[in-house]
Design a protein around this ligand. Structure first.
Ligand code: GLY
Ligand code: MN
Ligand code: MN
Length: 467
């Protein structure tokens, strides 16, 4: 067992303390008040068995504390000497710890995680009315849970019932999460170093999948190679349900790994990656079960890869979030015309394909999403204000250094009479994770090959030397 000060080192306590200080400073600028944020509940899977516990990302972002039954209170109106940063958590309990393992308890958690004060979670409903009394505003995840709204109303009612003693009830309830979303959108060095490690583990898992795949294997056997690699390197869990799709299954966007057999001549699309220390990675690779792309598969693969390079080239701080998507759509649309998947005679050129969204039959998702603690991470994709476009939408956000998002173009050619036969039932996606920099982006997931020749070379070598 580590000492409390050793634990504080491991926890990077200053990182979380500084984030709380930023929230407090922002709330002071808005006139002060109390912020409340709690972690995720434990969820029963069946009878007396819970789903594996996963903390709430917002709560963890501000605390680094991953026990269930915990809440954070920030007092932006605290005067000198008052506690501004308060944790509520489970008390020590020798009996429960015998069955479930170590819990910090308020006293040790207060020291190890750098709070000003900590109390038992059982005291929350008693203490909150006192903490919010005489405060100008209450900031919390407003409107995200009927149960939470009701609980906050109960605290407000409690204060109101004592109004004759002279206490004032907060006059305002405000949504807290958009403020934290903005902070989460720009990753700090602490976050980037974890995300690079998560990316590296996931890349190794994809390499292992490529090396071990043989025609005749079932999707779940390939999934097992991925899960093995995640855990072997200390990742706590997959960041999302693994997609391992053989053959035509690759055209189903959210296909979970099933028991279909990967046959000689099939492509296998794997969209799978780990979560490490609270941070997600997100990788997709598509490769041939046999180790060799067919000519038709290779044609489409190279179009998707060219689209990804175009999106990567369009990524840097200062450009619109939409720029990489538009760059990818242009290359994919041209590819659909060149292959005859879209009938050239029906379009004036690539601009027509884009204007009519004809590509969307074969490319129906966007090219990326924010990535961080959540695989589809927090944060608005649009500016807070600005002129509305024809669809009534605000302008796309401008990319900033430290934003992290995925670049994941694809083509999904389901069998249909008007599609050339050689391309039918081919689904391809290539997905990497990009950190935005001043002049471009850093792809943190490229430890797994992406070029078709390199994928074939890796698969060839592993068959020669299956160690
Ligand atoms: N793996 C989820 C996604 O790519 O969005
Ligand atoms: Mn993704
Ligand atoms: Mn993905």
């Amino acid at each position: 067992m580590n000492s409390i000060s050793e634990l504080a080192q491991l926890i990077a306590v200053d990182v979380y303390r500084q984030r709380r200080a930023r929230v407090l400073a922002a709330l002071r600028k808005r006139g002060g008040g109390i912020a409340f944020i709690r972690t995720a509940p434990e969820v029963m899977r069946n009878r007396d068995t819970d789903y594996p516990y996963r903390h709430d990302s917002y709560f963890y972002f501000l605390t680094g504390f991953d026990e269930p039954e915990a809440a954070l209170v920030l007092n932006a109106s605290a005067r000198d000497g008052d506690a501004a940063s308060i944790l509520f958590c489970r008390e020590k309990n020798a009996e429960r710890e015998t069955w479930e393992g170590f819990r910090f308890g308020p006293e040790a958690a207060c020291t190890a995680f750098g709070f000003d004060a900590a109390f038992a979670i059982d005291a929350l409903d008693t203490d909150m009315p006192h903490l919010i009394a005489d405060q100008p505003a209450m900031h919390y995840a407003l409107g995200t849970s009927a149960e939470l709204d009701e609980r906050v109303r109960g605290w407000l009612d409690d204060v109101r019932s004592r109004s004759r003693t002279g206490v004032r009830t907060p006059g305002e309830a405000r949504h807290l999460l958009p403020l934290i979303d903005e902070m989460r959108l720009v990753k700090d060095e602490h976050e980037l170093s974890i995300m690079r490690r998560a990316a590296s583990i996931s890349a190794e898992a994809h390499r292992r999948a490529m090396r071990t795949t043989l025609p005749g294997m079932r999707e779940y056997e390939i999934e097992a190679e991925l899960l093995y690699t995640f855990r072997r390197h200390g990742a706590q869990a997959p960041a999302y349900g693994s997609i391992v799709a053989a053959g035509a299954n690759a055209c189903v966007l959210h296909y979970p790994a099933g028991n279909a057999i990967a046959r000689d001549g099939d492509l296998i699309l794997i969209d799978a990656a780990c979560e490490l220390d609270g941070y997600a990675s997100d990788i997709t690779r598509t490769y041939p079960a046999s180790g060799r792309f067919t000519p038709a598969q290779r044609e489409l693969y190279d179009i998707v890869l060219a689209a990804q390079y175009a999106a990567v080239d369009a990524t840097r701080a200062g450009v619109s979030f939409d720029a990489p998507h538009q760059a990818a759509v242009k290359v994919l649309s041209q590819g659909l015309l060149d292959t005859g998947i879209l009938d050239k005679t029906k379009f004036g050129g690539v601009d027509d394909v884009i204007a009519e969204r004809a590509y969307a039959r074969f490319y129906m998702h966007r090219t990326g999403h924010w990535l961080g603690m959540d695989v589809h991470d927090a944060g608005d994709y649009r500016e807070a204000d600005g002129p509305l476009d024809e669809q009534g939408a605000r302008p796309w956000r401008t990319l900033a250094e430290g934003n992290v998002f995925t670049i994941e173009p694809g083509l999904y050619v389901r069998a249909a009479e008007d599609v050339p036969e050689r391309y039918r039932d081919i689904g391809i996606r290539i997905e990497d994770d990009a950190v935005v920099t001043a002049n471009g982006c850093e792809l943190i997931t490229r430890e797994v090959p992406v070029d078709a020749d390199e994928i074939e070379a890796l698969m060839r070598e592993s068959r020669r030397d299956p160690s």
